[in-house]
Each structure stands twice: as C-alpha cells, then as structure tokens.
Design a protein around this ligand. Sequence first.
Ligand code: DOR
Ligand code: ZN
Length: 438
Amino acid sequence: MTLINLQPLLLKNGHVIDPATGLDSVTDILVKGGRISLIAPDLTPEEGEEVINVGGKYVVPGLIDCHVHLRDFEECQRETIASGTRAAVTGGFTTVICEPNTKPPLDSPERLEALREKVEREALCRVYAKASMTRGREGEVLTDFKALKGHPLVVALSEDGNPIVEEQLMREACRRAAKHQLPLSLHCEDSGFSLARKPKGLGFQPREPFHNEPGFIARDLRLAQEIGGGSTAGVKVHVSHVSLAESIQIIEEAKKDGKGRITCEVTPHHLFLDETSRGPHGLPFTVNPPLRKKEDCTALQRAIKDGTIDAIASDHAPHREEDKRAGAPGLIGLETTLGVVLTGLIHPGLISLKEAVRLMSTNPARIFGLGGGSLAVGGPADITVIDMEREWIVEGKRFQSLARNCPFEGWRLKGQAVLTMVGGRVVMREGVVKGYGL
Ligand code: DOR
Ligand code: ZN
C-alpha cells in the first residue's frame, strides 16, 4: 500500500461515533499519510489539504464484514476479488474476511499466497481470510494450523458450509486452535453433507435434516469449554450465522462462563426474512442455514438488543442465476447489509447507531484480532460516512457485485454509506467507486 503521496484530507463537521474510544460528537477529522492525525472541532484547513464537508452525516470506524465469499480462482467467476471488494466499499465496508470454500479451498499457505497476490493487485479494501480447518475441506484430516497461522491473511479457521461432524476430530481441532491461538469460526449449519456421512461419533442425537444447528452448537461449545478449562488462554470460538431461537439460548448460557471466548454473528436475512418470504417469481429463498420461523427472527432481533449477538455479517454468497435456479444455497449482502440494519434496527429504535457500529466494526475487529475497528488518533484511516436519512431502493442491476441473488431486491431502505475511506484513500463516494488496488 503506498500511502506516502496521499493528499491530506479534512473531514469537516461530521457527527463522529466510535464505540471503541467513546467519541460521540460533531467534530473534524484530519487524515494524513493514511492515518488519523487529529480529531478536534473547528479545524482550520491548511494548504494542500482536501476538505470534505460531511455536515449532517455520521462518521464511523470503517465497517468490517467478517463473513464473505469472494470466490476468486473459479472458472465461472461468480465473483472476483475486484468485484467483491467494489461491492464491499459501496456498502461501506473497509475490511472483509473471506471464507475458505473456494475451488480449490484455502487450506494451505500456498493457496493463501495466491489469494494474497490477487488481493494486492485488485482489492479496494482490506481482505483477510479464514483458512479451512480440514484438508480439501473434506472434514477428515486437519490442516496445518501452525503453518496457516503464520500467513499474514489468516485470522481464523472455518469449515464454511459444514460443521466438523466427528466429535473426536472437533476436539482435536479445538486443542490445536487453542495451542496456536487461532479463533475457530464455527459453521453449525446442518448441511446435507454433514449427516449423510453417517459419522462414527457425532456427540449428540441428530434430529431431522436442517434442524441440527443447536446440537452442533451445544457440542462445539462444550468441547471448546473442555479444552479451555475455563481459562482465557483456551480456544476462541465464533458461531457463524445463528438462525434459531434455541441456538441463541445455548449461546447465551455458554457465554456466562465463556470468559469472552464465545462470540456469535447473525445475518440480515435471518433477522428480517422467514420461511414464508418469497423472491422473484414467488420462489422461496435458498440459503443455508435456511430461513426459519417468524419466532426465530424475533428471537434473533431480541438477542441483538440484549447484546447476546456480537456481530452482524452478510454471508455474501454470490451465485450465478442458472446455479440459483438449480437450487444453489446462498444470498448476497455486501451492498445491502448497512441499509437493512439502518432501516430495520436503527430507525425503528431497536438499537442505536453506536450499537450497530459495535456490531459491524468494533466487535468484528476484536473477535478476529484485526488492527482497525476504531477511530483512534495514530491508527489507520479506515472510515465510513453514513447518510442516515437517504432513502433508496435496492436494485440488483446497479450492484458492483457480479451476482444478483439478493433477497432484498425492491426494498425501500433508509440510510446508506456515502463515503468509504481505506487507509486514508477515498475508495467510494456517492456510489462512485475509485480505482483498483491498495
Ligand atoms: O447458503 C450458503 N451459501 N451457506 C453456506 O454456508 C455457504 C454459502 C456459499 O458458499 O454459497
Ligand atoms: Zn458462509
């Protein structure tokens, strides 16, 4: 990243909100050399500084989406690093963490190195990765956690798409993850794959297909607690896309003695859509975990309000139209997540913008040990400017993403990112994306 020649920039009169530093006031931010150099009201612009008036807007730490599928390296190009990160900055994200279920999967330092080279060439925002927990993502042999930990992109391990089915293998994964201090990003969804393999030791009595999420969560949290022995040096586990009220109860209970090592996330689609929701042509949305009952949505929204949920993530999962027609599970969300959160949670008064920033920046940074997630002086100038009042209609044809499988098509939303800055560089302004490569 070349920051030396960046023009200094003064963001004037924005309402700055940062849960990490406690800032919540109208003030100016001076950005120099890619970093936040000063935060104070009524700063007088000096020669050479570009002034951007953000009066009436909210200025928050760059948003972080901790669950994204970027899909590069595939022949059919459902998404690329370039298109996915263009979508990210359009949606107000300055950092994304991508999942390892690419083809081939991110299961070795060599694969991650290939990703890093592409990221350096094409990415518009910061990209980190979760490496696969098992070789080939086949659920049988653990990857080399130590070697993966050494790669600069890797912030966690994930078996996206599947839980680790066999209890003994999961126990060993927890043990090694604790040893190498790599968080485990758990995917407890009940995919067809998980139980069809007739596991030798599941660790709980399975229910009907697609209803085993609570079973896997309870088992994984028990194993994680056993390994941790109650100490903070144990394994950190992050439960991805929680979808059922019962799962929330289990997590809430486990958190009581989890010593901050248990966290979880929810997606906008599990918060606001249910099994009766329909897309174009009256078809139900296919996604895994599936959309649930209205009561589950209500329980997830309540868990957002009471703080049981730590993060909101899109699980941006691009698919081509023909693959969706054939039943491919997954929905995109990088360009709609912020608008849906502002419209569905903040404007109705369920949570404040400060809480939303905690869920979409402060906490993801903390959970995955990233540098950002705050507007600290001296820190990287990753900043999102939000217009809370702007009304807009979701139109897939305008997306930067290559995919169109968005469940919020046609929704009228209130609130949008109007400027995204990564490392002191404005990469999106008023929906216009600028340039490639950091
Ligand atoms: O619906 C889903 N799509 N769930 C997953 O876990 C994977 C994702 C994908 O990669 O398409
Ligand atoms: Zn996913």
